[in-house]
Design a protein around this ligand. Structure first.
Ligand code: ADP
Ligand code: MG
Length: 814
């Protein structure tokens, strides 16, 4: 702002018009029609209504009318009913501790009068007539007029946001607003089973929601969410009254493994209040991910009661996400209860299996019919009986495959020769002891080198491009020979690919891949090699916190352990790749990444870390050869691992292996190089094993490439580390021909405070995010799925550091 002399004038402070202030405030409380409806509904419930009906016009933007049979509003209160901060629900701040009503801020009705036309008709017990009165900007418009009425209250909110044009315009789709309104009513309808609810569009005779006040909870769920959900419900309860963990009581209904929906419905009430809690939702989804087919989600109704002082009660109408004391411990108990319940219910219910085990084994159809099948309540099964397989009750959640392995082992063991006949030309019986060799990729290099030595030039494998480069590639003749061999190998692999494709096509259903013998064998090896002691620790430990960038503290019984997150997560992800084989959801890369560029970046990194030298041959050529190799394998990578590569050799998707988890994309170049170098493409089993290992290596929860930020920024940006940091965000854009970026790195972080702040922030985020992931994604998943192999128990992945009794003794002495 300039004054006449051209100087910048200091803006003067003015008091905003009160109507403007109120309208702004109201807009915050009432964000959309559904939030107005929620407030009105809660008021009716607070007034003790047992019957609530709602009529909506144009998604609530034209009209929301709610009628209840509650206690009504007395004549004397009408003048201040819609003033801000008028409420009948609390008198003092202390009352908040014991509040049992849904509202208490006295803000909702007032807010509505600032952004809509509001009319109230109400009658209290014992009156002979009711009153009707309209409100605007917090005040009555005229006196209440007597009118015919019945006991209770009817409130009409008309022309919502008539004076907030921008907001009104934002609601383009009234039917979406209407479904949000239905959603709120649906949720309350199943929580408040003593109350009947109905909702319809204005002018319609049909109601979209209708529940009776006598309905049971399951009846209410049936009435609202349909018989499909109601039929599959199991009740679940959990509680804890140990103040050192958490105090709560939970009961609810959750869908069994027979039910699946596109997205999770979680109806959550805490102390009767409709809330959201994303960490609880995620934790439960993890449990279900184990037993439901890909992309299928559960229905959950959960009601939790806990001491009011443990919940953050000052819930703003727009803030539905809650936080409460001892959240983790509570979530943990609920997760366990649900897991136990689901496993139990699996014994009496049936699964529609994802695989047709017996077909792939060549078992004749009669054998399929003889499979034990149990159904409940004689309901009509969607699937023919011969496609239903009963799971083993002792089988941990999600281990449908374990069932199949057992039967496979049975068939093969009994010597009836029922091996996958589709693979009759291929070596299916691989020596077991080899299967784990490829697990650890650092070891794998040694392994690969050994293999390399055993091979004559003519037998060079196409998957050893990197090693080839390290051989004497300076001689041109040698290089030509190598290239010839490589193209020969590519040719071979193309043939091999055609065979694999043919084999795959022969299968009746491309989706049913987990029955591949090789995968079953790999899974069986995991089972055989499980170290039960370590498994017990992982399953029943309590996460305490990170000790350093790799190790975290956990408590198991009275022992304190350090677990190596990198090793454990690598193993978990490797195992999950095999378990979910062919059934992944995908992570879409926002920009498809050129394989070639990724490989060049990775080779640059190799060079920087001294594993590659200029004399090894031109990087671009090696990158190109690797691209060709991967392009050859593209279809297989896509089909089995959801790693899709487009025609122009760009990587487009990655498999989603753990929900809520994406790997560190800075490691993508190394992953692609690993696929090129360290995968054994020769035999099916080794190939799957090594791809799974490469994915495990990439997805493992490594320390972020950002150094951990500490209190003093100078520590974060020690010059030695600066190169590492500044490179990270630029990597993918790096011009492949340019010199390494090191030159552009400032010598000291302090020279560029802004950049420093930015990196610091990014580093902090990366570390915080990682810790969250370890606690809320990795640990729950490990508890459910990880079968730690023996070698992890012996190589420092778990170290016992203390016994608590002894620690207590020390403390006592202090
Ligand atoms: P709060 O619910 O936070 O008290 P509101 O603005 O939602 O604030 O409501 C103000 C007051 O109006 C309530 O405290 C209650 O006394 C009265 N009231 C609102 N709706 C109803 C209703 N449907 N029946 C009876 N009283 C109501
Ligand atoms: Mg209220």
């Amino acid at each position: 702002m300039m004054d006449s002399s051209g100087r910048t004038a200091v803006p003067s402070i003015k008091r905003l018009d009160e109507a403007v202030v109120n309208r702004i405030a109201a807009g915050e409380v009432i964000q959309r029609p559904a939030s107005a409806l929620k407030e009105l509904l809660e008021n009716s419930l607070d007034a003790g209504a047992t019957s609530i009906s709602v009529v909506v016009k144009e998604g609530g933007l034209k009209l929301i009318q709610i009628s209840d049979n509650g206690h009504g509003i007395s004549y004397e209160d009408l003048p201040i009913l819609c003033e801000r901060h008028t409420t009948s629900k609390i008198n003092s701040y202390e009352d908040l501790q014991t509040i049992t009503t849904l509202g208490f801020r006295g803000e909702a009705l007032a807010s509505m009068t600032f952004v809509a036309h509001l009319t109230v008709i109400t009658m209290t017990e014992g009156q002979i007539h009711g009153y009707r009165v309209s409100y605007k900007d917090g005040a009555m418009e005229g006196e209440p007029r007597p009118c015919a009425a019945i006991k209770g209250t009817q409130i009409m909110v008309e022309n919502l946001f008539y004076n907030v044009i921008a907001r009104k315009k934002a609601f383009k789709n009234p039917s979406e607003e209407y479904s949000r309104i239905l959603d709120v009513i649906s949720r309350y309808a199943i929580q408040k089973i003593g109350v009947s609810f109905s909702c319809k569009k204005h002018g319609d005779s049909r109601t979209d929601i209708h529940t009776d006040s006598t309905s049971s909870r399951t009846d209410a769920i049936r009435a609202v969410y349909g018989p499909g959900v109601a039929r599959e419900l199991v009740s679940v309860t959990a509680s804890d009254d140990d103040p050192s963990h958490s105090i709560f009581k939970m009961d609810g209904y959750i869908s069994s493994a027979n039910y699946s929906a596109k997205k999770t419905t979680m109806v959550l009430f805490i102390n009767d209040r409709l809330v959201e809690c994303s960490s609880l939702k995620k934790a439960i989804e993890v449990v279900y991910a184990a037993i439901l087919p890909k992309a299928s989600k559960p229905f959950l109704y959960i009601s939790i009661a806990m001491p009011p002082e443990h919940v953050d009660i000052n819930i703003h109408p727009t803030k539905r996400e809650v936080s409460f004391l001892n959240q983790e411990s509570l979530i943990d108990s609920i997760q366990k209860a649900i897991e136990a319940k689901l496993m139990q219910s699996n014994t009496t219910r049936t699964f529609y299996t994802q695989t047709l085990l017996s077909r792939s084994l060549g078992v004749p159809d009669e054998a399929e019919e003889s499979m034990p099948v149990q159904t409940q309540g004689g309901r009509n099964l969607k699937a023919p009986v011969n496609k239903l397989v009963r799971t083993d009750p002792s089988n941990p959640a999600g281990r449908m495959l374990a069932f199949m392995q057992k039967s496979l082992a049975g068939h093969v063991g009994s010597g009836n020769g029922l091996v996958d006949t589709n693979l009759n030309n291929r070596p299916v019986e691989m020596p077991m002891e080899d299967t784990r060799k490829i697990m650890d990729l650092t070891k794998n290099e040694e392994f690969a080198a050994e293999v390399q030595e055993d091979q004559t030039g003519a037998h060079l494998q196409n998957n050893k491009v990197h090693k080839i480069a390290q051989m004497d590639a300076s001689s041109l003749a040698g290089r030509e020979a190598l290239e010839h061999n490589i193209s020969q190998a590519n040719e071979d692999s193309r043939n091999e690919l055609t065979t694999t494709r043919r084999l795959v096509r022969q299968r009746r259903n491309l989706k049913e891949r987990a029955e591949l013998t090789s995968i079953q064998e790999l899974l069986a090896t995991i089972d055989q090699e499980t170290h039960s002691g370590l498994e017990d620790i992982v399953k029943h430990c309590t996460f305490i916190g990170m000790a350093d960038e790799r190790l975290c503290f956990v408590q198991h019984k009275t022992y304190l352990y350090l677990l190596d997150i990198v090793k454990l997560s690598k193993e978990l992800l490797y195992q999950q790749v095999l378990r979910r084989f062919g059934h992944f959801n995908v992570i879409q890369l926002s920009n498809a990444a050129s394989l070639y560029e990724l490989l060049v970046i990775a080779l640059d990194e190799e060079e920087q870390s001294g594993r590659w030298h200029e004399s090894d041959g031109p990087k671009d050529q090696i990158a190109q050869l690797n691209v060709e190799l991967l392009m050859c394998k593209a279809q297989m990578l896509q089909e089995y691992f959801n790693l899709s590569i487009d025609e122009s050799a760009n990587l487009c998707t990655l498999p989603l292996i753990l929900d809520q988890y994406t790997p560190d994309m800075d490691r993508l170049p190394q992953f692609v190089l690993n696929l090129g170098n360290n995968v054994d493409w020769e035999t099916e089993k080794e190939c799957f094993d090594s791809v799974a290992a490469a994915i495990g290596e990439f997805y493992a929860i490594h320390p972020p490439l950002f150094p951990r930020p500490s209190v003093t920024s100078s520590e974060v940006y020690q010059p030695a580390k600066a190169a590492e940091i500044s490179q990270v965000p630029r990597r993918l854009e790096t011009d492949v021909n340019s010199e390494p970026v090191q030159e552009s790195v400032p010598q000291s972080g302090a020279d560029e405070p802004e950049v420093e702040d930015e990196f610091r922030l990014e580093a902090e985020n990366a570390w915080a995010q990682r810790e969250w992931t370890i606690q809320h994604v990795l640990f729950p998943a490990m508890k459910l799925f990880l079968k730690p192999p023996h070698h992890l128990a012996n190589n420092g992945a778990a170290i016992q550091v203390a016994r608590l009794e002894n620690l207590y003794k020390i403390f006592e002495r202090c």
